[in-house]
Design a protein around this ligand. Structure first.
Ligand code: AMP
Ligand code: MG
Length: 351
């Protein structure tokens, strides 16, 4: 299949620029779209065949449900059995934006989209291209991250091209995304709302709007605990991972630098190419084959935006092992460490 790649400027969209993407979605094809979190691989959420194509293109396990993207809050009625009051409050506060809500699904949503579950995950993205595409096509867009399953999520169209070129109908290149980590997922089907995946919208931000919110214990665990099964099926896989073996080193700043340098030296002497994910504060103190800074350790938004791209760059440069500093787990830091730990397969050295 030849994949069409089309550049569209979110801030300056020409009339009719989405026409081709609209017709692909309407005839149940797949279009990769920019969103403010990461690029999504979109298809008609109410069509089981389109969903099946999404799983195939990504190589995604079929029990890992898709997020349905909408452009109007009113659409919740068609997609869910009932809309909890808290959903309206959260929508009012955070939509369009990086928050996904889980509710009981209606019969309109095929099990092929929800991975066999009776619940459905719904989000209203803020990216103008994504919103306009949903509106113009009249299609609710099921869109998981537009990467090959298991690889770091795509934050630029180039990443999508790398993974999915030849496998999908079209890729819309809307430039680099703003946030760089997947949406926060909150499950509203239980007594107390529960965060199943941390993201840009933090627990505190949710609690300010709807009161008490819990966090799925499995996602804050520092190691794989077999007794804790993540409630979001997708969170149980090793995920977001580069091809190189990634290790996180945590502790006091200079101790971390010393440990990473010692490990890197040993690996390089054994003939391996070693990459280091450093911060602006520590960058100059490392000695390894390739050292990259992810930005200041005090700028969580910059770290989030750059994380997946840096992992992919190391893959391109074919390093064998990567060491990364750990990051503080306040606010957005919890989501950053959640993704980094999964990318590392929970391989952490404490110093
Ligand atoms: P992605 O779109 O690739 O970021 O992945 C979607 C995430 O949402 C995965 O971790 C899924 O397991 C999770 N998810 C989607 N629908 C549901 C649902 N109904 N219940 C729990 N988790 C869900
Ligand atoms: Mg994903």
């Amino acid at each position: 299949m030849k994949t069409i790649v089309k550049k569209i400027n979110e801030e300056n969209m020409e009339a009719g620029c989405l026409q081709e993407a609209v017709s692909i979605l309407q005839r149940k094809g797949l279009v990769a779209i920019p969103t403010e979190t990461v690029y999504g691989l979109g298809g008609d959420a109410l069509d089981a065949e389109a969903s099946k194509k999404i799983y195939e293109a990504k190589g995604r396990p079929s029990d890992n449900p898709l997020i349905v993207h909408i452009a109007e809050v009113d659409s919740l009625g068609e997609l869910t059995k009932e809309v909890p009051e808290k959903a309206y409050k959260l929508a009012e506060a955070f939509w369009p934006g990086p928050l996904t809500m889980i509710m009981q699904k209606s019969d309109n949503v095929p099990y092929g989209t929800t991975g066999g579950l009776n619940t459905v995950a719904i989000r209203m993205p803020s990216n103008k291209i994504a919103l306009e595409l949903i509106r113009e096509s009249g299609v609710y867009i099921a869109a998981p991250s537009a990467n090959t399953s298991g690889r770091p999520s795509p934050t630029k169209a180039e990443h999508v091209i790398e993974d999915l070129s030849g496998k999908i109908d079209m890729i819309i290149d809307g430039g680099a995304v703003g946030i760089g980590l997947e949406s926060t997922i909150v499950d509203l089907t239980g007594e107390v709302p529960m965060i199943l995946r941390p993201g840009f919208i933090t627990k505190q931000m949710l609690e300010d709007v709807i009161g008490q919110v819990e966090v799925d214990k499995a996602i804050i665990a520092k190691s794989v605990d077999p007794s804790l099964k993540p409630k979001a099926p997708g969170m149980k896989y090793k995920h977001y991972a580069p091809k190189a073996e990634l290790t996180i080193v945590e502790g006091a700043e200079q101790a971390v630098v010393d440990k990473i340098n010692a490990c890197a030296k040993q690996k390089m002497e054994a003939g391996y190419q070693v990459g280091v994910i450093a911060t602006d504060e520590t960058f100059a103190r490392y000695e390894a084959s390739i050292v990259k800074t992810i930005g200041s350790r005090y700028d969580e938004e910059q770290i989030a935006r750059g994380l997946y791209a840096i992992l992919r760059e190391f893959d391109e440069q074919q390093v064998d092992v990567i060491y990364s500093e750990g990051f503080a787990e306040s606010n957005l830091g919890q989501a950053i460490m959640n993704r980094l730990l999964k990318a590392a397969g929970y391989h952490v050295i404490e110093v």
